[in-house]
Design a protein around this ligand. Sequence first.
Ligand SMILES: C[S@@+](CC[C@H](N)C(=O)[O-])C[C@H]1O[C@@H](n2cnc3c(N)ncnc32)[C@H](O)[C@@H]1O
Length: 270
Amino acid sequence: MGLIQHKREAYWFYRFLSLGYDRRVNPLFWTPEMRDQALAPARLEDPQLSVLDAGAGTGFTTEGIVERVPAASVTMLDQSPHQLARARAKPALGDCPKVLGDAEQLPFEDDRFDRYVSAGSIEYWPDPQRGISEAYRVIKQGGVATVIGPVRPANRIARRLAETWMLFPGADEYERWFRRAGFRDVRSVPLAPDWYRDDRGPYALAVSGVKPSPGKPLVTERIEDPPVGPLRFAARFVAGSVAGLVFVPIAIALTLRRRGDRADAPTPKP
Ligand SMILES: C[S@@+](CC[C@H](N)C(=O)[O-])C[C@H]1O[C@@H](n2cnc3c(N)ncnc32)[C@H](O)[C@@H]1O
């Protein structure tokens, strides 16, 4: 398990990361173009839909959802009060109900929403099967759940760092969790920022599935996040955060290289 793939560690990680999340993190790793591609399989065409955004954070993905569905029908849930505080400051999200809560134990009744979206949050869940089963439980029959998350890097060093930091599942694992929960019509859309160039596999996926019948998921077993003492917590938090933050200079370097390549490319003749 990744060192930050625990609720308490994720809470403290976002206590600090929320300070620069919108300005410094998302432009590198989760862009508006990726968001548009990821929201296509979420099937948000009907403005009457009710939507849950789980792990909504500062609301970057929610901002894409409210372009399609009225904000009052889009509930934002996150376990970080600091991330939600940033979302509260955004006028476009003013009408979204905001709930402090756990994506692995959603405080909603069965069959409540038409759509479930979760972007960039699964990597912090200690029990991803439980989070996906919860997505299944809270949507209505015929509803669609879409989970957007990173994929295990093909590069050996990147994989080592990534897995020290948090959860980077294989594409097959995402689909297996969806099927085990009971979803049908499970599909994956590959996503990547424009600096990413590894042909061996996708950078991230938007995985979606349809709930075929009302009620509970097929799998409801739980793996509890065991309590840890303060020393172990501190060690996990520091080492996991360092492993994660290494990706920031790498992404900046690759972005600059990409810009340089673009500037060097010959201008097409009219
Ligand atoms: C990378 S941010 C993504 C935020 C947002 N979805 C976006 O698209 O920018 C991950 C978010 O997941 C939240 N999170 C992590 N574990 C969670 C859990 N178990 N329940 C609810 N939120 C969680 C974090 O607090 C954080 O705000």
